[in-house]
Design a protein around this ligand. Structure first.
Ligand code: NAD
Length: 316
């Protein structure tokens, strides 16, 4: 029997990937919520999805379904809302007897994970998040290769530039309290990926931290990493042109580029498949990256200059 899904934040940028994943995994969307009602996209998927612009009415509807016939109740809530609302929306999912599949970062402040974990215990519901780089075929292959070389230390350089226009700093995404800063909002996938590949963090340091750029180093169990994150078009190694790719991702390991520029299209669906099969990424999987991003943003330790990322040396 297909699962019934509800989704919050359905009018936003990332929601279509969730709508597609719900459909492509053979499941059914029954309810959606967003304070903004530009949600005609729903018609691509179904005509009988209840839509709410008020959270309270969405909540009431899901509660009603919970108390109705078993086949109508919501089994999963997809959370695609701004980062600072995730924990509240995950709590709603658990309270109405559903599981949650929540966008990254699961929370901004690590201590909110403890509350969600307590609620998982109380309700028996599951909290899963979207850490889609862990299912990227090239990165899975890299991890397997690295695991065969246990013990060897590597030198890693990570550069991630994803250009955003002037709107970014006016929206919730550029607001530290609502997005968590560059580390949590832009860097979280990589702060998850790097320890997943090279072991846990021993030492960390920051060379640069602004609202649009961050750079630093990480000493991991099996690698020394210099990293650079930016939403500034000027940091792209090519000219930014509206409508064309404005993202540059590079990871080098001991000087060799890891090729992972393609293969992003279906990653949300792969995460959904795993999650629905009981192999999703849970609170314990998300915790190290959330703790690291929080520490980098809020407790910066100055890093030695000789470990600076080369991108910093290029800048005036
Ligand atoms: N996995 C990824 O690679 C990836 C990529 C981009 C964004 N994200 C994450 O997805 C989430 C959404 O990001 P986005 O880019 O779609 O942002 P967005 O601003 O485009 O969309 C957010 C949507 O949430 C709605 N919203 C705000 N408050 C709400 C509430 N109380 N109830 C219901 N809906 C509400 C907004 O109206 C908006 O439509 C964020 O957590 C972001 O970090 C993940």
């Amino acid at each position: 029997m297909p699962f019934n899904f509800a989704i919050l934040g359905v009018g936003g940028f990332i929601a279509p990937r969730h709508l597609q994943s719900i459909r492509d995994t053979g499941n059914r969307l029954v309810a959606a919520g967003d304070p903004h009602d530009a949600v005609g996209i729903l018609d691509k998927y179904a005509f009988d999805v209840k839509f709410f612009t008020e959270f309270e009415r969405f909540d009431r509807h899901l509660e009603k379904l919970k108390r109705g016939p078993a086949e109508s109740r919501v089994h999963w809530v997809s959370v695609c809302t701004p980062n600072y609302l995730h924990d509240a929306h995950v709590r709603l999912a658990l309270r109405i007897g559903a599981n949650a599949i929540c966008e990254k970062p699961l929370v901004i402040s690590p201590w909110n994970l403890d509350q969600l974990q307590a609620l998982e215990q109380e309700t028996g519901g599951r909290v899963n998040t979207v850490l889609q780089l862990r299912v990227h075929p090239s990165l899975v292959a890299l991890r397997e290769k690295l695991q065969q070389e246990q013990g060897r230390r590597h030198k890693v350089e990570l550069t991630y530039v994803t250009a955003r226009g002037a709107w970014y700093l006016t929206s919730w995404k550029g607001d530290l309290d609502r997005a968590g800063g560059v580390a949590a909002n832009i860097g979280i996938h990589f702060f998850d990926l790097l320890p997943w590949l090279f072991g846990s963090v021993r030492r960390r340091g920051i060379h640069l931290s602004t609202r649009t750029r961050m750079s630093g180093f990480l000493e991991l169990e099996r690698a020394d990493v210099s990293w650079f994150l930016s939403v500034e078009a000027a940091d792209l190694p090519f000219a930014a042109t509206p409508g064309k790719t404005s993202t540059y991702r590079s990871i080098t390991v001991d000087g060799s580029e890891v090729e992972f520029s393609d293969g992003f299209a279906d990653l949300h669906t792969r995460v959904y498949e795993r999650t629905l099969a009981g192999q999703g990424f849970g609170i314990d999987d998300a915790r190290p990256s959330i703790e690291l991003a929080y520490a980098l943003q809020n407790d910066p330790v100055t890093a030695p200059g000789d470990l600076a990322h080369p991108q910093l040396l290029k800048r005036p």
